[in-house]
Write a protein that binds this ligand. Structure first.
Ligand SMILES: *Cc1c(COP(=O)(O)O)cnc(C)c1O
Length: 353
């Protein structure tokens, strides 16, 4: 089978489980609330006879709506099928040098997968013992930088000065800031894109806008960065944004009040959970995302993970160096979280210790 020698072999990204039964699902950082009622209206109003046509390859209506919302000209916005698509196109577009692309050792586990599949050289830099990014690690020679801020799965954020130092110190590299969780109380680097032509900020509708199923993500940056990304995107697949997503995305953007309500609710639940989990003997870095990354003072994370799962409560465990004794718990509704806390109280109190 000599053709196998020429196969592009990769170790794929492993997404969190999507059980088809009804469980308390705190394992993939989805929003526990439904999308805006304006999205429901748009779904009901959608004229399905339009589906025989190809969608607008530039998804201009959606790009314009998001650009307006961000107070940016449309040529500073790139849209993709979720931020995974946006990031993948950005890696393909900007990381073509021989020097290694840098990102933390503990971060979104798709980054090294894209580097592998696109043959991009990369090096990881260890977070410190408190899971903070070490700035100096990113002030060395590199072919690009990717930082999730807030970082996943730690939930920690680095402040804007920290991010700006890295962007300013690397004028010869594109610096990608992945802000998938920025809307849960963190600081965005969007205000820096006109100051630095090497900064690309990536955001998504999957978490804070409760639309993971629709697949909408954006990149914002200098018009030149966006143009280069569009050139690559149109060389791979022109019609990535399907027609319904374009309309439903616009509807979501129009409902600022609902967006603030659900993100506010998640932030409140998260802060309450920090107190409850602390009382139960868990410790964690201070999260500004829609999840908390916890470790228990006595009970191994895998044991808690298995026991929760047996009881239809799904959280995320990463079988990985340095974080094997941690669990990433997505913030659900108050009812879901209370149910988990009640279970943990009984379990951690019981004979299993
Ligand atoms: C969830 C997530 C993404 C991808 O989200 P999409 O659903 O593809 O928009 C990207 N980066 C990080 C850090 C994430 O957690």
């Amino acid at each position: 089978m000599s053709w196998e020698r020429n196969v592009r072999k990769v170790e794929p990204y492993v997404p969190g489980e999507q059980p088809q039964r009804k469980v308390i699902k705190l394992n993939t950082n989805e929003n526990p609330y439904p999308p805006s009622p304006l999205v429901t209206d748009a779904i009901q109003r959608f004229d399905e006879t339009k589906l025989r046509l190809y969608p607008d390859p530039k998804a201009e209506l959606l790009v314009d709506a998001w650009a307006d919302y961000c107070r940016l000209p449309s040529d500073q916005v790139f849209v993709g099928v979720g931020s995974d698509d946006v990031l993948s196109i950005a890696f393909l577009t900007f990381f073509n040098g021989k020097k290694p692309v840098l990102f933390p050792d503990i971060t979104y586990s798709f980054y090294d997968v894209w580097c592998d599949v696109y043959r991009i050289p990369y090096k990881t830099r260890a977070l410190d013992e408190n899971f903070a990014i070490v700035k100096e690690d990113y002030l060395t020679e590199n072919g690009g930088i990717v930082i999730a801020n807030p970082n996943a799965p730690t939930g920690r954020q680095e402040d804007l000065d920290f991010i700006e130092d890295i962007v300013r110190s690397n004028p010869d590299s594109v610096v990608i800031i992945d802000e998938a969780y920025v809307d849960f109380g963190a600081e965005s680097a969007l205000c820096l894109i006109d100051k630095y032509d090497n900064l690309l900020v990536v955001q998504t509708f999957s978490k804070s806008r409760a639309m993971a199923g629709l697949r909408i993500g954006f990149a914002m940056g200098n018009p030149k960065l966006i143009r280069y990304m569009n050139d690559v995107k149109f060389s791979v697949n022109s019609y990535t944004m399907n027609m319904p997503s374009i309309y439903y995305g616009i509807a979501a953007i129009q409902d600022q009040k609902y967006f603030e309500t659900i993100t506010g609710r998640i932030i409140r639940t998260r802060e309450r959970m920090k107190r409850e989990l602390h009382k139960l003997g868990f410790s964690f870095a201070d999260s500004v995302a829609n999840f908390i990354f916890v470790t228990h003072e006595i009970v191994p994370a895998v044991d808690i993970f298995e026991e929760l799962k047996k009881n239809d409560i799904y959280v995320r465990h990463f079988n990985q160096d340095r974080i094997g004794d941690y669990l990433r718990i997505t913030i659900g509704t108050d009812e879901e979280m209370d149910c988990m806390i009640e279970f943990l109280k009984k379990y951690l109190d019981g004979g299993s210790l």
